[in-house]
Design a protein around this ligand. Structure first.
Ligand SMILES: Cc1cc2nc3c(=O)[nH]c(=O)nc-3n(C[C@H](O)[C@H](O)[C@H](O)COP(=O)(O)OP(=O)(O)OC[C@H]3O[C@@H](n4cnc5c(N)ncnc54)[C@H](O)[C@@H]3O)c2cc1C
Length: 401
């Protein structure tokens, strides 16, 4: 019998497993997919070429994530993002503009910004959404035309209603670890860190195992899987996306499940392709952001250039059909659909935190207080990888204490 069962092998679950394993526990991680990593999804081809289908960038302010990379022995694979990191495309009304950060500012209407900025700069950030704050700071027109699409590219959804600060917010100030470069990836992809945690001390991962229910027992918890097994452990961590977490907790932790269901979610359908460099028309860039389109962003591998190939991962809005996605990719990349080959596809459920998210998190923590059930994920502190790892670390501290 394992000391700890973790449900979900995304970075939240693996960070929890890492902590438990390092503390000398025997940890069993159950993952529904055939691979570990969740949103840390580095697609690797037999010829060694890789690209990111999910998260793509980490920063030297991700100290807790870096602890796993260092402890897991993969920090030597850190690669600095190349010059393309500072170039991006804005696609509006069929026209592509290739920008660097200073040129983004030139897209703003300075007259509108000048009218709003003096009053906006003194506004308190507390209780504001991304939209309410930035539209008052720079003007609604500027926000809608320039700011909103860039913010939407970060969480692959409209970010207008996200809280500006605190739980659920997109950007947080954190101390930087100056011994690492400011923003980076890993040679082989971010999934390398997930892989390292999955094979770390005390941790065993079973993939292809869907958990249906987490129940209380006299000595701890019983976890029921879709293949009909019941596994017991004194300590369980649920690290699945909110919809899946609520479903498995519904029967025995009804109040908690109800609280989790209050977190809004969106579905993101991603499609990625690799093309020979000679067939790509797009200037090298980190990403392309469209205004009012079927997709929120197209993330490239250009910050880690390869002499032969380029890769493009499109992150589409909920509700688009596969045909629509292929057609749009073919239009943007200017290659016939047949040349796209068999794109890599993934579907992700992401939280959509709104104002008041901190109250939901406080309510969930109240339900969890005093028990040995841990719940972690990107719907607590925030979506960023570092937010996930920090939440897992806190949960481990709480239940292990
Ligand atoms: C396209 C995209 C780009 C991003 N880019 C960045 C970035 O550059 N930097 C950054 O910091 N963050 C980024 N993020 C956000 C970040 O990657 C995620 O928020 C984070 O990785 C989520 O980790 P998680 O473990 O909480 O959830 P997930 O990664 O979703 O993992 C949850 C796991 O639970 C499993 N699961 C679900 N149901 C069950 C079940 N019933 N039984 C067993 N297992 C189950 C799932 O299969 C999955 O593996 C990005 C996200 C996306 C989608």
């Amino acid at each position: 019998m394992a000391d700890v069962i973790v449900v979900g092998a995304g970075i939240s679950g693996l960070a929890f497993a890492w902590k438990a394993g390092q503390a000398g526990k025997q940890v069993l991680v159950l993952e529904r997919d055939r691979r570990v990593g969740g949103c840390l999804h580095s697609e690797r081809r037999p010829d060694g070429y890789w690209f990111e289908m999910g998260a793509h960038t980490v920063y030297n302010s991700y100290g807790a994530f870096l602890d796993i990379a260092v402890g897991g022995g993969v920090a030597g694979k850190i690669v600095q993002r190349g010059p393309a990191r500072a170039s991006f495309g804005l696609l509006r009304d069929g026209t592509y503009r290739w920008l660097t950060p200073p040129k983004v500012l030139l897209q703003l209407s300075w007259l509108e910004a000048a009218v709003h900025f003096p009053a906006g700069i003194f506004r308190k950030k507390e209780g504001e959404t991304v939209y309410s704050y930035y539209s008052r700071l720079l003007g609604r027109g500027n926000y809608d035309r320039v700011i909103s699409p860039f913010f939407a590219a970060v969480p692959s959804q409209k970010a207008d209603g996200f809280p500006l600060e605190g739980a659920g917010s997109l950007f947080k100030k954190r101390p930087r670890r100056e011994e690492f470069v400011r923003s980076f990836g890993f040679d082989g992809g971010l999934q390398l860190v997930a892989d390292a945690a999955a094979r770390s001390k005390g941790v065993t991962v079973e993939t292809g195992v869907e958990v249906r229910r987490v129940a209380r027992t006299a000595g701890g918890f019983a976890v029921t899987t879709a293949d009909g097994r019941t596994l017991e452990a004194p300590l369980v961590a649920v690290a699945a996306p909110p919809d899946a977490a609520a479903a498995m907790l519904e029967q025995d932790f009804h109040e908690l499940a109800t609280g989790i269901r209050r977190v809004g979610t969106v579905r993101v359908d991603s499609m990625g392709v690799v093309l020979p460099r000679a067939e790509c028309w797009m200037p090298e860039c980190a990403f392309l952001v469209p205004v009012d389109d079927l997709f929120f962003s197209c993330v490239t591998r250009d910050p880690f250039p390869d002499p032969r190939m380029r890769a493009f991962a499109f992150h589409f809005r909920d509700g688009t059909s596969r045909e629509q996605r292929l057609k749009r990719m073919s239009e943007v990349l200017r290659v016939p659909v047949e040349r796209l080959g068999t794109p890599v596809e993934r579907r992700t459920t992401l939280p959509s935190p709104a104002l008041g998210h901190a109250d939901i998190v406080a309510e969930l923590d109240r339900c969890l207080a005093g028990g040995k059930l841990a719940v972690t994920g990107n719907y607590f502190a925030g979506l960023a990888i570092e937010d996930c790892v920090l939440r897992s670390n806190e949960e481990w501290k709480r239940v292990a204490g």
